[in-house]
Write a protein that binds this ligand. Structure first.
Ligand code: NQM
Length: 363
């Protein structure tokens, strides 16, 4: 099933319909999505990391979950599939998909699905309308970056177990730049846009074309990745890098987020959860930039195509105990676009001329 989940789009599969062997599964998914190819012309992918995503869903053997969700990022122009990151946007479609495929019995009115997210081991509960026991995708919820309105999918994330500050510090200096490394569901490096010589209000395309900025971000990402315990992140899709600037539209902060090379046209859900938690940490790089509301958990994160509102509450920690996220919640929308049979490209690519094979093509 092809679904829009939040501001992303992906192919949703039942786990049982894919090969159990990860290498065979990934090889098939590359062919399904049309990778590697910058246009993904021969597959379902939309030629951007935000539209080259896969959800693998199955019933769960965990008594506290209804379904298991594995997120896979399919690279666009490299023969690579990775499970090293989660995706909160594609997560928005998992509950409706589980009902559509009969994994969960819908309620008459609304349905809550308890989801175990296999990439991180964390949990989420998604609640969405199911009038008459059927998923209804129509509604009046609006999210920035998606035209029109649709039914709301309310996603709650209980407190996770991984450390909110993976480096153990609220502020580090990497590659000569002050950063705050946060993981509230997505490893994210917060950086003041001004520290990189940009305003933070530029269009994603202009930032992507700034090669000096790209070099600097690359250097920061490699150093921050090591410091966050992620090892060599040269080809990894994490950590994300979020440039922060003062809000311009009544929000708490303006962001430009690199995922990690392309600049997001909005912001990821868990990326926003990490930014929002990071803004609440005294001493973090966002402290002097953000304008947090006086009351309540809700924070409005501005991004290139509007804003994302997210509830976060953070325990600041005391007497040696580190800060920790208590709860995060967000409203997204999702929509079934297509349900049917995909015909992947045949396994074998035509042989390249002798000497012309650089080994980078998918097999
Ligand atoms: O952070 C893009 C997206 C995402 C991830 C990315 C996401 C999240 O917008 O939860 O949703 O950061 O690669 O789909």
């Amino acid at each position: 099933m092809l679904m829009r989940g939040g501001t992303s789009k992906g192919a949703y599969f039942l786990a049982e319909d894919l090969p159990a062997d990860p290498a065979a599964r990934d090889g098939l998914l590359l062919r399904v999505m049309g990778s590697p190819d910058p246009r993904q012309i021969d597959g379902l992918g939309g030629a951007h990391p935000l539209t080259s995503k896969v959800a693998v869903v199955s019933g769960s053997d965990d008594p506290e979950a209804d379904v298991d969700y594995l997120f896979l990022q399919v690279a666009v122009d490299r023969p690579e599939v990775t499970d090293r990151q989660n995706c909160g946007n594609i997560l928005a479609g998992v509950g409706p998909f589980a009902v559509e495929r009969g994994l969960v019995v819908p309620g008459d009115g609304e349905t809550s699905v308890r989801i175990r997210m296999l990439n991180t081991g964390e949990r989420a509960v998604a609640t969405f309308p199911t009038p008459g026991g059927r998923v209804d995708y129509t509604g009046d919820a609006e999210i920035s970056g998606v035209p029109g309105t649709a039914a709301p999918v309310v996603i709650e994330f209980p407190a996770g177990e991984s450390p909110l500050l993976p480096t153990g510090s609220v502020r580090d200096t990497v590659a000569g730049t002050a950063v705050t490394c946060v993981d509230n569901g997505m490893p994210t490096v917060l950086i003041a846009a001004s520290a990189l010589g940009v305003t933070g209000y530029e269009a994603p395309k202009d930032l992507e074309e700034d090669l000096a900025l790209a070099d600097r971000l690359h250097e920061i990402r490699l150093a921050a990745g090591r410091l966050m315990g992620l090892g060599d992140v040269e080809t990894a899709t994490v950590p994300k890098l979020s440039l922060l600037a003062p809000p311009r539209d009544g929000g708490a902060v303006t962001t430009r987020t690199f995922i990690p090379v392309r600049c997001h046209t909005s912001i990821g859900v868990l990326g926003a959860a990490s930014v929002a938690a990071g803004l609440r940490l005294p001493g973090g790089v966002g402290e002097r930039i953000a304008r947090l509301p006086d009351h309540g958990d809700r924070v409005r994160i501005e991004h290139p195509t509007g804003f994302l509102e997210i509830d976060t509450s953070v325990d600041p920690g005391s007497d040696g105990s580190p800060p920790a996220a208590r709860r995060t919640a967000v409203v997204r929308t999702a929509r079934k676009i297509f349900d049917g049979t995909v015909f992947p490209r045949a396994a074998a690519l035509p042989a390249r001329p002798q000497g012309g094979n650089d080994g980078s093509a998918a097999r």
